[in-house]
Design a binder for this molecule. Structure first.
Ligand code: MG
Length: 367
C-alpha cells in the first residue's frame, strides 16, 4: 500500500460556552482545527486532526500545523501508511521537532491500518479494556461562584471529574478551589490546573491554604524544577502536564517520583504512535494517566477514545470528549458522551467519516 495524496482542511470550531479561559488571562473563542486526510493507492483513506489550544499554551499554533504539513507531506508520498513506525522515522528524519505537525498524519495512518486489518484502532493499540472511559470536564476560569455553578451544571450531564482552571491571582484561586469543593459528592474528583500560571511563592501559598481539601494540583509552575519544589512542600497528589512532552522528561519525573498522574496529549507527543510509547512506559511504572489532546472535534475525540480505551483501566485517571464542547460536528461516527463516559467505536479504524461539506475545499493538497 502506498500513500498517494495528503490533503489538509481548516475548520473553525466555536464553543457552546462562547469562550474557554485559563491561566494568565489566556482564552480562545473559536478553535482553529486542521483535519488531515491521507489517501492510498488501494482506495482506503484515513483521517486525523490537530487543534492547538491557541498559540500560547504549548509551542504549537494552528497555522503552524498547515505550514509544517506543507514541508512534510511531499516526503511521505509513496510510503506504506500501515508501516507506521517506519513512517514516523521518516517524519522525524525530514523534519526535526514539531510533533504536533506530525500527529494528524500519524493518526490518519492508524485509521488506515485499522481499516486494512478490519479492527478498531483500540484493538491495535493493545485491546479494549473495560466497558467505557471516564471523562473529566474542564471548568473555564471565571469567578469562584460561577465555577461552582458550572460544576453543578456539568454534574447533571454525568461528569464526576472536574478540572478547574486556576493559575490566576492566588487569593481568588484559593476561593475557587474552596467554593467548588463544597459542590463535590462522594466519588467526585477535583483537579486544580494552574497551567504553569503560578510563580513558586504563589503556588506554595495556594497548596498550603487548600491542604485540607481533597484536590489534585496540576502543573502549578512553568518549569519542572519549580513543580518539584511545590511537590516537596505539599502532600496533595500532583499532576504534571505541560512539562511532560516526551519520554525523556517522563523518565526523569518518574525517577524523581515527581507526580502521581500525567496528562498525555496526543499532539503534544507527536501522534498515537509516540503517545502509545509513553502510555506503555507509564503503565509499566504504575503512573496514572489522563488521556487527551490539546483540543479538537470529532476526529480528535475518536483518537482519544481509542487510546484511552486501550489503556489499563486501573491507570485511566480520566479522558475527555472535546466534541461535546464545540458547536460543530466534522465527522460521522465519533464517540458521544453518555453519563460522563464514552467508548471507542467498534468499527474498523477510527470509526469516523469526515463530513466533507463541513470541511470545504482543502487548504493543502499534495499528490
Ligand atoms: Mg493540564
Amino acid at each position: 500500500m502506498k500513500i498517494t495524496r495528503i490533503a489538509a482542511y481548516q475548520v473553525d470550531l466555536p464553543l457552546h460556552e462562547g469562550r474557554y479561559s485559563w491561566s494568565g488571562g489566556k482564552s480562545v473563542d473559536v478553535f482553529d482545527s486542521t483535519v488531515v486526510v491521507v489517501e492510498t493507492d488501494t482506495g482506503i483513506m484515513g483521517c486525523g486532526e490537530c487543534c492547538p489550544l491557541g498559540p500560547a499554551y504549548l509551542p504549537a499554533y494552528a497555522a503552524g500545523v498547515r505550514a509544517g504539513l506543507k514541508e512534510l507531506a511531499p516526503s511521505l508520498l509513496g510510503l506504506d501508511p500501515t508501516r507506521i513506525d517506519v513512517l514516523n522515522r521518516v517524519m522525524d528524519a525530514v523534519m526535526k521537532g514539531h510533533p504536533y505537525v506530525k500527529s494528524p498524519v500519524d493518526i490518519a495512518c492508524w485509521d488506515i491500518l485499522g481499516q486494512t486489518a478490519g479492527l478498531p484502532v483500540c484493538e491495535l493499540l493493545g485491546g479494549r479494556d473495560g466497558d467505557d472511559v471516564v471523562l473529566y470536564r474542564a471548568i473555564s476560569q471565571t469567578s469562584p461562584g460561577e465555577m461552582a455553578a458550572s460544576v453543578r451544571s456539568y454534574r447533571k450531564d454525568g461528569y464526576r471529574r472536574f478540572q478547574l482552571k486556576v493559575g490566576g491571582d492566588p487569593d481568588t484561586d484559593i476561593a475557587r478551589i474552596h467554593e467548588v469543593a463544597l459542590q463535590l459528592q462522594p466519588g467526585d474528583k477535583l483537579v486544580a490546573d494552574a497551567n504553569t500560571g503560578w510563580v513558586l511563592h504563589e503556588a506554595l501559598r495556594v497548596v498550603r491554604a487548600v491542604r485540607d481539601v481533597d484536590v489534585y494540583i496540576e502543573q502549578p509552575c512553568l518549569t519542572y524544577e519549580e513543580c518539584r519544589a511545590v511537590r516537596e512542600r505539599t502532600d496533595l497528589p500532583m499532576v504534571l502536564d505541560e512539562v511532560i512532552d516526551g519520554l525523556s522528561p517522563l523518565m526523569q519525573a518518574a525517577s524523581d517520583r515527581a507526580m502521581e498522574v500525567v496528562n498525555l496529549k496526543i499532539s503534544k507527543l507527536g501522534g498515537l504512535t509516540k503517545a502509545r510509547q509513553v502510555r506503555d512506559f507509564c503503565t509499566s511504572l504504575g503512573i496514572a494517566m489522563t488521556i487527551e489532546d490539546t483540543w479538537g472535534g470529532d476526529i480528535t475525540t475518536a483518537a482519544i477514545a481509542h487510546l484511552a480505551h486501550s489503556t489499563a483501566s486501573d491507570l485511566r485517571f480520566s479522558s475527555t470528549d472535546f466534541n461535546s464542547y464545540v458547536t460543530r460536528s466534522i465527522a460521522i461516527g465519533a464517540p458521544q458522551r453518555h453519563n460522563g463516559r464514552m467508548t471507542a467505536t467498534a468499527s474498523p479504524g477510527l470509526g469516523v467519516t469526515p463530513r466533507w461539506d463541513e470541511l470545504g475545499s482543502p487548504v493543502l493538497d499534495v499528490h
